[in-house]
Design a protein around this ligand. Structure first.
Ligand code: PLP
Length: 395
């Protein structure tokens, strides 16, 4: 591995498959190398690193001075729970906009931590629209907060966040955004969208390794949330206050993941920030979708709703197709794909994010073609039921 330049894309021929998954994902060699040393959590070097990543994240969120960035140990869901448990007062009420697993998880989090909530559940992939949000907020003045998922990773749909944000703002409620799988590749700026808080994590579009999430939150809202949280370790206000005072995480920090993340942010800036990263992912998606469609596969979503993050494809109707055999064939060719999450028809997902480019995506569709041939599948067209399902979205 040592002869590979730090900026090179990883190569499956060197033994590492590409992770076509929405995080953890394929990272740059230099990101992995950044973890080859140990850091003292109290030491000034590590505190400087923590301050650096917080500042860079605030800049990516378009901070105008009214926001702060609070990292939180754990996977993304820990940060979501910290955000909800801290910012929603115990007598608050949350409107959760769900169209997939992550919206439903936010609702489950509210239920678990004892925050009143109502749900607009659009099913597997239909987008929640601004007008529905307006109607729900007008019908229930007790709702204090709205949770919106930016890219719902379970289908790959890019939800209409600007429209939702406008509806929430017009009704004078607070917006909490889960931009876990979009932040870093798609604009998600606080002052523009007017959100109270936005949550994301290290191992998605910034291309770091798992270990922590972070919340971009209005300073005033965070300060006002003192004492709200149901949890000691997940108290975002306490974490933020301690970090402001000492420059440190309150409890043991994920030191290596933070070091890797700082290098990932450097590569992100070098690539042209959000615009550059988003453009590479969009090119990945375009290559992938065109290549798969040429093989006869159909995407769940029409082009209008496709995100540059992850794409859901229907499994072919051909009885010789089986997901596990397809998965194994793809893996033997260096690509780890992801099962689908639709409840109605069989599907699988292919991620466009991580350290890979359009040339890699060409090899993905080549691998898919070879695997289909190996399985004896001559036509990758989906069943009738899938196309009927898709027609619902257009209606
Ligand atoms: C990845 C993700 C999360 C967090 O999932 P974890 O497995 O806890 O990291 C939350 N919301 C969305 C939209 C995601 O893509």
């Amino acid at each position: 591995m040592s002869t590979v330049p730090a900026s090179a894309f990883p190569d499956p021929e060197m033994g590492e498959p590409f992770l076509l998954t929405p995080g953890p994902l394929t990272t740059a060699l230099s990101v992995k190398q950044a973890m080859l040393r140990d850091w003292g959590s109290w030491d000034g070097d590590f505190r400087a690193m923590t301050a650096d990543i917080r500042g860079r994240l605030l800049a990516l969120a378009g901070d105008d001075g009214s926001y702060t960035c609070v990292p939180m140990q754990g996977s993304g869901s820990f940060a979501v729970e910290a955000m909800l448990g801290t910012l929603v007062p115990r007598d608050g009420k949350v409107l959760v906009l769900a169209n997939g697993a992550y919206g439903l998880r936010a609702a489950e989090t509210c239920r678990t931590i004892g925050r009143a909530h109502v749900l607009i559940d659009k099913g597997d992939y239909l987008p929640p629209r601004g007008a529905e949000v307006t109607a729900a907020l007008r019908a229930d003045p007790a709702i204090t907060h709205v949770v919106a998922i930016h890219c719902e990773t379970s289908s790959g749909i890019l939800n209409p966040l600007a429209e939702i944000a406008e509806a929430v703002r017009a009704e004078g409620r607070e917006l909490l955004v889960d931009s876990m799988s979009a932040f870093g590749a798609l604009p998600c700026e606080g002052p523009e969208l007017g959100y109270t808080a936005m949550v994301s994590s290290a191992n998605k579009c910034i291309e770091g390794v798992p270990g922590f999430g972070f919340v971009i939150v209005r300073k005033e809202a965070l300060a006002a949330a003192k004492g709200n949280c149901h949890s000691l370790a997940l108290d975002l206000e306490a974490q933020g206050r301690y970090m402001e005072a000492t420059g440190q995480f309150r409890y043991t920090p994920p030191t290596h993941a933070v070091a890797a993340f700082q290098e990932a942010l450097r590569l992100h800036a070098e690539e042209g920030g959000i615009a550059g990263r988003g453009a590479r992912y969009a090119a990945n998606r375009d290559k992938l979708v065109a290549g798969m469609r040429a093989l006869g596969f159909e995407s769940l979503l029409s082009d209008r709703w496709l995100s540059p993050i992850i794409v859901t494809f229907f499994c072919p109707a051909d009885p010789r197709f089986a997901f596990q055999a397809f998965y194994d064939g793809m893996k033997s060719r260096g690509f780890i794909i992801y099962p689908g999450k639709l409840t109605v028809v069989e599907s699988f997902r292919i991620g466009c994010i991580g350290r890979m480019d359009a040339a890699v995506m060409d090899r993905v569709t080549l691998a898919a073609a070879e695997t289909l041939a190996e399985m004896g599948v001559t036509n990758a067209a989906p069943p009738e039921a899938a196309m009927a399902e898709r027609a619902r979205l257009a209606a």
